[in-house]
Design a protein around this ligand. Sequence first.
Ligand code: UD1
Length: 435
Amino acid sequence: MKSLKIKGGIPLKGEICIQGSKNGVLPILAASLLGEGPVVLENCPVIGDVKDTLQIMKKLGCTVWREGDVVSVDASSVREFVIEKEEAVRIRSSVLFLGALLGKIKKAVLPQPGGCAIGMRPIDLHLESLRQLGAVIEEENEGSWKENPNQDQRETQVSAQTGMLTADGTHMHGAHIRLRFPSVGATENIILAAVMLPGETIVEQAAREPEIDQLCEFLNLRGAKIKREKDLIRIKGGTVPGPVRYRMKADRIVTGTYLLAAAASRGTVMIRNFPQELDALLYLLEKMGGDIYQEEQKLLFSMPHRAHAPAFVETAPYPGFPTDLQSPLMAVLAGADGAGVIKENVFENRFRTAGQLVRMGAQIEIDGSCARVTGCKLCSNTVKAPDLRGGAALALAALQADGVSTITGMEYVERGYEDLARDLRMLGAQVWEER
Ligand code: UD1
C-alpha cells in the first residue's frame, strides 16, 4: 500500500499549474467513441481513472496513443460492445459507455455498477432516461441494491449483488426528458446517446456542472448541435461527430484542494491556470478570512492567519458548493478558529473522512447528513485514505498538524490527482512517498 508522509506546520508558498480535469475528460473519452476521425486531447491528466478508461477503450477496439499529456483516440474500428467486469469494477464512470455504445453501435453490455464508499450511487436516472430515448435495457439482478457492510471496500468496487446490463438501441429516437435530480452522469449519458439519434432531445433539470459544458463544447466542435441554457439542454440529433483537437481545462476540484491546502497551512498559493468555476469556494474562503487576487488566468490566494470557521456550509449541485470538496473543507475546519456545520446533500456516505480526522485530534460530531466541526490544534498520526477526496483531505490535515503524519492507501488519491506529493512539494511542503 502506498503512503505519504507529511511534516506539518509549514505554510505553503508557491505557484502551481493545475492538471487537466478528471471529471471533464472521462465523459469526453467516452464521447470519443462516437462518429468518425481521430480525436486528440491535450492536457489529459495522467491519473488512475484515465488509465483504466483508456484500457476499456482499447478492449472495445479503439486505437489509443499517449505522448505525455496528449492522448489520441481512433475509434473507427470499434465493433465490440461488451465491457467486462474486470475493467468496470475499477472505474465507476464506465457507466458512461452505456450511452456512448448505444449511440455508436446501438448495443451495449456492461456490468451494473454497485454501491461504493461514498454512497449507494444507483443508476436509475441513467436507465429511465435512456429508456425514454427508446433503448430496451434488461437488468440482471434488478433491484438488488444493498448496503455493503464492509466500510473499507474500494470506492470503485462493484458489490457482489450486481449483474450485467444488456441494452438494445435499435429503435432509439429523440425524446423530452425531465430528470428528477440533476445527475451529472445521467445528463452525460443522455447527451452521449442522443447526439447521433434522429430527432431532437430535450433534457430538463439537467446538471449544470462545467464538465457538462465541456462535453457539449467538445461534441459541438466535432459538428454536433447541442445548446444549454441553465438547466435545459437541447440536442438536435442526427449528426456524425468528426475529428477534433481539444484541450482539457484545469481540474476545478484539484484547484479547490490546493486553495484549501493554503487555507489549512496559513499559506499563499498562486494558481497559474485558474478554471474560473469555483465561485462557491472563493466566497467561502473570503468569509474564512482569506485574501483573493485574480488577474486573467491567474489567482493568488493567501490565508495569513488561522481560518475562521463558517457557521454553515452545505453541498449542492453546481453552482453550489461541490460535494467533492466537502472532505478537504472538513479538514480545514478541523483546525480552524471556531465551530461550523457542514451538511452533505449529495452523497450519503461522505463523512468517512471524519473518523480519520478524529484520529488526528479533530472534534467532529456527526448527526445524519450534518457534521459539526469544532476547530482545534491537530496532532500527527497514521491515518488511512477512505476514498479519493478523503485521502487529499487527510493531507490537508497533516499540513497543519504537529509533527509528521503518515497517510496510507494513497492508491485512491492517484485515481484523481496526478501526483499530490509532487504538487505539495512544489508549494513548499515537506512530503515523502513510501511504498
Ligand atoms: C459526478 C462526479 C463526482 C461528483 C458528482 C456530483 C464524475 C466522473 N464524477 O458523479 O466526482 O461528486 O458528479 O457532483 O464526473 N443518483 C441517483 N440515481 C442516478 C444517478 C445519481 O439517485 O441514476 C444520485 C447519486 O446517488 C448521488 C446524486 O444523485 O446521490 C449525484 O450523483 P451524480 O450527479 O449522478 O454523480 P456522478 O455522475 O456519479
